[in-house]
Design a protein around this ligand. Sequence first.
Ligand code: 8ID
Ligand code: ZN
Length: 353
Amino acid sequence: NIPKTQKVAIVESSTAPIHVVNDYPVKQPQDLAPGECLVKMHCTGVCHTDLHARKGDWPVKPKRPLIGGHEGVGEIVAIGEHTSQSPVKVGDRVGIKWLADSCLDCETCRKGLEQSCLNAKLSGYTVDGTFAQYVVSYVKHVTPIPDALESTEAASILCAGVTVYRALKYSQTTIGDWVVLPGAGGGLGHLAVQYAKAMGLRVVAIDTGADKKELCLKLGAEVWIDFKESKDIVKDIKDATGGFGAHAAVVTTASSSGYEQAIEYLREGGKLMAVGLPGEAKLNASIFFTVFKSISILGSYVGNRQDAREAVDIAARGQVKCYYSVKPLGALSEVYEDLEKGKIAGRIVLNME
Ligand code: 8ID
Ligand code: ZN
């Protein structure tokens, strides 16, 4: 009962419109390679990374034509013949994350940095992604979804959630520390507010607009700064943190502006976690004050299989909840326009059924 064709959203080039087509071929079970699985999608989140992929504005270029999407949930309907030691089986509900597959046998993978494997396959970037009803993925890397978590609630944990969870996990902060979250009202940011709270951190949320302000405060941010209204962000943060500045910042803005001044508003020994991915910008950090204040600047890139399971488990236990609205696949172009304009508080999840 696996159909021959399906509905997908596809882009031919960076400038071509997004086409939703109904007659795109479905890879049939007998054609799956060992290690591959076919996932019948329930839903998929739309990440700002999908917009970067659509625009082709990163130094590493996506495949074309491209079916984007990399935070989806669905059911495994087939597994390639001769697959050995599959951790999942037909009928399992699983998540597809940005890291579709990696070799698991290079030094990078063995050290747990699977996402930086030189042979990594990236969903919705170097391999077709989740803006499709049937997605080919990889048994070793799909993430089992616990029953307690609905598919629409789980979707954005697979990218936005795991990414901020890992960035916070490696931020060397501890209960009671202050963390600044530029981009706090967006897809990654609003989940970062909640993972940070779950870790016992105190949150300074930075973003703009009434909707995002309300969301961040509702989710537990102690301090809100509107970056379009503040006259002096460094002073605002220092005032809010007893004059010393924050212990860490996790920057999830898609433009470089969110990185500005971080070295100034971090306290001595502070950690700057770089997460947001403007394609061309350079980090403009004072070398002098980075050294003088013993600041660490760390890049954090999605997460490995274990990070994904941990981030999903925390959501399944209700400690973190994605704030989202559901739209049809046909709305993808508008969703990209709204993301570009910074209009989306939280996430949009597309219904793929
Ligand atoms: O593994 C990774 N490092 C990873 C994983 C997933 C996504 C990185 N990303 C990258 C995306 O590619 C994108 O560049 O993180 C960035 C944010 O993704 P998102 O959360 O999906 O985007 P969004 O929902 O548009 O949220 C961005 C927020 O930043 C705010 C916007 O208002 C929006 O709410 N913002 C901006 I743009 N400039 C700001 C500023 N100067 C700002 N907030 C505070 N200060
Ligand atoms: Zn993403």
